[in-house]
Ligand binder design. Structure first.
Ligand SMILES: [Zn+2]
Length: 240
């Protein structure tokens, strides 16, 4: 986001806080500290993942089967109407960038616990039309949060989105794969950064993993050593 837009956002935020005292985006309880956006009760209500969780094992098996990804890491279970869905909604559609950074910090500590240690972090890019509409890439905000927790660098402009892929929610698995074929490429200046490196690909939610696999394939084509998928949450295919 450019400076003028950021400034406008800040002014709008302070005005809103004056008129409406800050409340949790998920449960509407009032918050002592308006910069937090989500109360601790709501954060604690979100089901967490571990390496033995059935949803994790199922997703990992599906993702690694395609042969491009070497590992998966994720912090939460996406549940319809749950606090995570509210957080993801405010992050994507209401301009609450700080929620992405907070999710990233939490995902960064999960990476430490799980011993996931990539060389660099690459957020899945938004198409520029969407980027212009939204003003920021939510995956990049999560990547920035991971970086602030782990000190691993973020390279935001390495993966390029070649086509404006249509929204995937109404497509079945095969249609999603087709939609994603060759959807991504590597920027000219990106190849030397990723060559021989372990890359962590970041998205907000992984459902089928088609986007992740497509990005991983592009990174490997660009001579990355390996690619790990990271997301704030995992979703069952029928839960989104
Ligand atoms: Zn709450």
């Amino acid at each position: 986001m450019n400076f003028a837009a950021q400034f406008t956002h800040r002014v709008a935020d302070s005005l809103l806080e004056f008129v409406y005292p800050p409340v949790c985006v998920s449960c509407n309880r009032s918050l002592e500290d308006g910069s937090q956006k989500v109360c601790e009760l709501c954060w604690n209500s979100i089901q967490t993942l571990n390496r033995n969780h059935p949803l994790f094992l199922d997703t990992q098996q599906k993702l690694l089967a395609a042969g491009f990804l070497s590992d998966v890491v994720s912090a939460y279970v996406f549940q319809k109407e749950g606090a995570f869905q509210h957080i993801a909604h405010y992050l994507k559609y209401r301009g609450y960038e700080s929620l992405g950074v907070e999710l990233g910090k939490r995902l960064g500590s999960v990476m430490d616990e799980w011993g996931v240690r990539p060389d660099l972090i690459v957020p899945i890019p938004l198409h520029r039309v969407k980027l212009r509409e939204r003003g920021y890439n939510q995956a990049e905000m999560i990547a920035n949060g991971i970086s602030s927790a782990t000190k691993i660098p973020v390279f935001a402009n390495i993966i390029l989105r070649r086509r404006h892929t249509q929204t995937q929610t109404k497509l079945n698995l095969d249609e999603r794969r087709k939609n994603m074929e060759d959807a991504f490429g590597i920027a000219v200046q990106g190849s030397e950064k990723i060559a021989g490196k372990i890359c962590l690909i970041v998205d907000d939610v992984i459902t089928t993993g088609a986007t992740m696999n497509s990005c991983a394939e592009a990174l490997l084509r660009g001579n990355a050593l390996s690619a790990i998928a990271a997301s704030a949450a995992l979703a069952q295919k029928d839960s989104v």
